[in-house]
Design a protein around this ligand. Structure first.
Ligand SMILES: [Zn+2]
Length: 213
């Protein structure tokens, strides 16, 4: 694992090669961004959307957080970071697609499933607990189906249910609902399996995730 000093070595390589080679592209990007796709992914260090989708700077507008979650539309006081990014992507950048990407071995989903953080001392604010409460309904759905069983299949069901929660919450935002209805915005659910590097796409009609070609 690397530290910041080693990251600086990486930065120097980027300056010498990546940045220099794409100088024209960076000049263009300096004028502004116009990505067509927003990606909502987990903060997990193993699942970088730019790497998984092999995209270049300027191509995807990304929000990453614990468990790739979108909160529901809420106007209660608070700093709604995900909602602000969503509003910017949809209303200002006018992206045509929003991709939610869950992933295998997601710690946030696992904690939500086990309920380990429930009732734990609030620590510095109980932020994780509060955040993954967004998965409470998903947990109920998974428990209804699998009972007390706990194995990889159940964990994966939870991870994939989390993607569905984020899609449902996206649709609680009036701007998302209206643009989707008007055919101006498409929502896509996906799941990246770390074990084999396979991306799965959600078919919302059947609720099933199938490997992307
Ligand atoms: Zn995760």
């Amino acid at each position: 694992m690397i530290d910041f000093a080693e990251m600086l070595a990486g930065y120097r390589r980027f300056r010498e090669t990546g940045w220099a080679q794409q100088r024209e592209r960076w000049d263009e990007l300096n004028e502004g961004q116009s990505p067509r796709v927003m990606v909502i992914a987990c903060s997990d260090s193993r699942v970088d959307p730019a790497q998984i989708f092999d995209t270049s700077p300027g191509e995807i507008f990304v929000v990453r957080n614990v468990a790739a979650l979108v909160p529901p539309f809420e106007t209660t006081p608070g700093r709604h970071g995900v909602s602000a990014a969503l509003e910017f992507a949809v209303q200002v950048l006018k992206v045509g697609e929003i991709v939610v990407m869950g992933h295998g071995k997601c710690g946030g989903c696992k904690a939500a499933l086990s309920g380990d953080l429930k009732g734990a001392p609030p620590g510095e604010g109980g932020f994780i607990h509060n955040w993954i409460e967004l998965l409470d309904d998903a947990r109920e759905t998974v428990l209804d189906h699998y009972g007390e069983r706990r194995d990889r299949e159940v964990e994966r069901a939870m991870e994939q249910q989390g993607v569905k929660v984020s899609l449902a919450n996206l649709r609680s935002f009036p701007c998302v609902r209206e643009k989707e209805k008007a055919g101006e915005l498409k929502l896509i659910g996906s799941f990246f399996a770390i074990a084999d590097g396979q991306l799965h796409i959600l078919d919302e009609a059947s609720g099933a995730f199938t490997p992307a070609a």
